[in-house]
Design a protein around this ligand. Structure first.
Ligand code: TXA
Ligand code: MG
Length: 331
């Protein structure tokens, strides 16, 4: 184990968790809003602060796979193989829950989401909390329900203001929430695409994961409209981008654009240039959406990125960010 780090921020965060309070911490995907997963009252504070409906369960974060069976039962072989391959990392497994896991955490379901994050600050927090606490930190993304997930400590402060302890671990490396695979129902089901791709899951389990269907458990990240900026957002194909922007501007709208191209003149509004590769694009997407949202524009226009396995999670999040916007009524 990589030595005892006595980071004073981490020690204070562990003390807060043990007092039943919330702390925000970095992971390699997005920042989390954490509570002691064994303390139902502490977990309730997450739902209250986020404004999150009670039937949207939380993920339990653990330092390592060694603690898995303290929180989950009937762990199938496929889950063990996925954990061995991708933990610590951006993958969440849905498994049958151990009986002591508080019902409030799982939204009353008999399954629990579990993930071992790789970020060194998250690891330091979770290892410390395993020695001086329950070891499980329940954490959703540290944003208000439905809003864009935070990828920096500053984003978390913008969401919740002062008074919340935020461990600052810099900008998140992945930038999009973890891949979620449900292994509680026999066949692997992909509930949320992420940096670990469906091909990788299929290669490790030997079964191509199914897509979620109506019988799948509720997941807030699976609502049609989610991960959304406040400004209306539309997704537009590359060859229609210039025209869509000039039409909106001709209608007197102020437009903020996210595009992988520099050449978009003439543009009266604001242009945020996105990285051309999927890794960079995903890393910056939520920060870019926050920048665009802060421009006070009437409309955000996003150039649809290319297709391909490595872009699946990005398409998923952009579609949800756009889902709240009705093209006929962009007010
Ligand atoms: O990358 C991530 O997963 C981040 C970091 C902080 O770890 N967390 C995150 O949590 O995105 P949250 O709550 O924002 O999204 C977790 C998703 C939700 O859509 C939730 O409904 C789903 O996971 N989920 C959690 N437990 C579940 C369960 N037992 N069954 C089905 N879905 C579950
Ligand atoms: Mg979230």
């Amino acid at each position: 184990m990589g030595g005892e780090r006595s980071d004073p921020g981490v020690a204070a965060a562990i003390a807060e968790l043990n007092r039943g309070n919330l702390v925000a911490f970095p992971t390699e995907t997005v920042y989390g809003l954490g509570a002691d997963a064994a303390n139902a009252e502490a977990v309730a504070k997450i739902f209250a602060l986020k404004g999150r409906p009670a039937d949207h369960p939380l993920i339990v974060h653990l330092a390592s796979v060694l603690a898995l069976e303290e929180w989950a039962v009937d762990v199938p072989d496929a889950a063990r193989r996925l954990a061995a391959e991708f933990w610590p990392g951006p993958l969440t497994l849905i498994l049958r829950k151990a009986s002591h896991v508080p019902a409030i955490l799982t939204g009353g379901q008999d399954t629990v989401g579990i993930r071992c994050p790789s970020h060194p600050v998250a690891q330091s927090l979770l290892r410390g909390f395993a020695r001086h606490g329950s070891g499980g930190v329940a954490a959703p993304s540290a944003n208000r329900f439905g809003h864009v997930s935070p990828t920096t400590a500053q984003h978390v402060r913008e969401e919740f203001g002062p008074g919340l302890l935020v461990l600052d671990g810099g900008a998140c490396e992945v930038g999009l929430e973890s891949t979620i695979v449900d292994l509680s129902r026999g066949v692997p089901v992909l509930l949320r695409p992420g940096a670990v791709t469906r091909e990788q899951i299929g290669a490790v389990t030997g079964v191509a994961p199914r897509d979620r269907d109506a019988a799948a458990p509720r997941a807030s990240g699976t609502l049609a409209a989610h991960y959304a900026p406040h400004t209306p957002l539309v997704l537009v194909d590359t060859d229609e981008l210039a025209e869509r922007v000039s039409t909106a501007e001709a209608e007197g709208k102020r437009v903020a654009v996210l595009s992988r191209k520099y050449a978009l003149a003439p543009l009266a509004g604001f242009l945020q240039v996105a990285p051309a590769d999927a890794t960079g694009y995903g890393q910056h997407l939520y920060a870019d959406l926050r920048i665009l949202d802060a421009k006070g524009a009437d409309l955000i226009v996003v150039e649809r990125p290319p297709r391909g396995a490595e872009w699946e999670a990005i398409h998923d999040r952009l579609a949800r960010a756009a889902a709240g916007t009705d093209e006929c009524d962009e007010t």
